[in-house]
Design a protein around this ligand. Structure first.
Ligand code: ATP
Ligand code: MN
Length: 427
């Protein structure tokens, strides 16, 4: 009888023979008895090794974090504070670990982030780190499921591009044979072109690259972007998809990840619809709080802190001025200086930007030029608007940002397996 995962032992009857495989987190040997605490991704089990076990001598040789396979029997009464125990009949060392360890796993000493990220594979063995990525995976799965059940098709678009999505300085240049090209900062233009290709609803989960100059707790240079685009839809339709996708992501996290609520900042599935506030209303609130903000400017962190205090968690800021939104953002019919756009916020932190897009090719070309960009570089994109482009809307969400706010992580780097920042492109 073989069991691969430690937690499979739960509920098994005494007397059952099992094989557990994992990392030797702790080894203790006394005269007549010894213990190995074995860890796998599902938990801990104590392998109790009595003197009469033929492999008793091995205990002296096994270093911490070595990979072992242990056969044994489940005892009548469990005498281990990890809550699981087997009485060992055989130990096989599958691979010895070198000593000393690069970083500790169970000791309470605080290791700085740099040291941890240099040996991230060991850092990730800590349950309190590993569970961040269980949460990330579960949230993404719940969001994907929601989009799939709403007739979205998942797509993959190129990350090497010759035109910038929005222009701007946040682009990485890459040598591409004789040419100088860019790493894509967003799949925006591609997902719109796919709407023109006759697929009404697309989404992508993929890397986005931004040459953010400064190290902040909220920016990575490579992050995971969840992007959707939907035809025959306006900004309100896209906001509905967003709040429900997020609620479903958090629901799946809470349903499937052990003890989710104990380590998550968000303690329940957020109620939809999320509250909405317009940019102009934000300006009024700021004025009342003696925090002047200029109409037409972006809202900075301080301003967003004031606004964010009014809401429990997620909320939308809608109808941003044209001046702070990209060229492809549709304007409001009745207020052309404002747009059919929104940001999803969690307190002062932006999670998503989205909008209805311009679908008229003449207007779109004009908007590109208004931003000082060369419309000839956008011909591949503009031409898809001339042969039957539906009205459409969408959004782009930073997955690590979402995980950061849901779990209440102080730094976005904690939500990336191998973070990339101004100084780190390793390992
Ligand atoms: P910010 O103002 O926070 O830098 P942005 O407005 O420049 O973000 P968008 O272009 O609107 O970002 O990108 C959509 C989403 O992608 C953002 O709402 C955010 O969640 C995420 N995002 C953008 N830049 C980064 C980054 N450098 N690191 C991590 N996530 C990011
Ligand atoms: Mn944005």
């Amino acid at each position: 009888m073989k069991e691969i995962f430690v937690s499979d032992i739960d509920g098994m009857a005494a007397g059952k023979d099992v094989v557990v495989k994992g990392w030797a987190q702790e080894i203790r040997v006394m005269k007549n008895i010894g213990f190995i605490i074995i860890r796998d991704s599902t938990g801990l089990v104590q392998a109790t090794v009595k003197r009469d076990c033929p492999d008793f001598q091995l205990l002296e040789k096994i270093s911490r974090e070595s990979v072992v396979s242990v056969s044994g029997t489940i005892p009548e009464s469990i005498k281990s504070n990890v809550g699981r125990e087997i009485i060992t009949s055989q130990i096989t060392v599958l691979n010895l670990s070198e000593t000393p360890l690069l970083i500790g796993i169970t000791d309470n000493v605080e290791t700085d982030m740099d040291t941890r990220f240099n040996s991230r594979f060991i850092d990730l063995r800590k349950p309190e780190i590993a569970r961040i990525f269980r949460a990330k995976s579960a949230i993404l799965w719940g969001m994907r499921n929601y989009l799939m059940s709403n007739k979205f098709m998942e797509v993959q678009t190129p990350k090497t591009v010759s035109a910038a999505t929005e222009g701007g300085a946040e682009l990485f240049h890459v040598k591409y044979f004789e040419k100088d090209i860019f790493l894509n900062q967003s799949p925006q233009l591609y997902k719109e072109m796919l709407v023109a290709s006759g697929v009404e609803r697309v989404f992508e989960v993929g890397p986005a690259f931004r040459a953010e100059e400064h190290n902040t707790p909220r920016h990575l240079n490579e992050f995971t972007s969840i992007d959707i685009e939907m035809a025959f839809a306006d900004h309100n339709d896209a906001m509905l998809m967003l709040e429900n996708a997020i609620a479903n992501g958090i629901r799946n996290f809470m349903d499937t990840v052990k003890d989710a609520k104990s380590f998550s900042l968000v303690k329940s599935i957020p109620e939809t619809p999320f509250p909405r506030i317009t940019y102009s209303e934000c300006l009024q609130i700021l004025k009342k709080n003696d925090y002047p903000a200029i109409n037409g400017d972006d809202l900075n962190n301080e301003a967003l802190k004031i606004i964010g205090k009014r809401f429990e968690g997620f909320y939308f800021i809608t109808e941003w001025p044209k001046s702070v939104r990209p060229f492809y953002t549709a304007t409001l019919d009745e207020k052309p200086e404002y747009t059919k756009s929104y940001d999803l916020q969690f307190r002062e932190i932006e999670i998503t930007s989205g909008a209805q897009r311009v679908h008229n090719p003449v207007e779109l070309k004009k908007r590109i030029e208004e931003k000082g960009l060369n419309s000839e570089n956008f011909e591949f994109y503009l031409k898809t608007f001339r042969y039957g482009m539906p009205p459409h809307a969408g959004w782009g969400l930073g997955l690590e940002r979402l995980v950061q706010v849901v779990l209440g992580l102080p730094n976005i780097r904690e939500a990336s397996l191998f973070p990339r920042d101004r100084t780190r492109v390793f390992p």
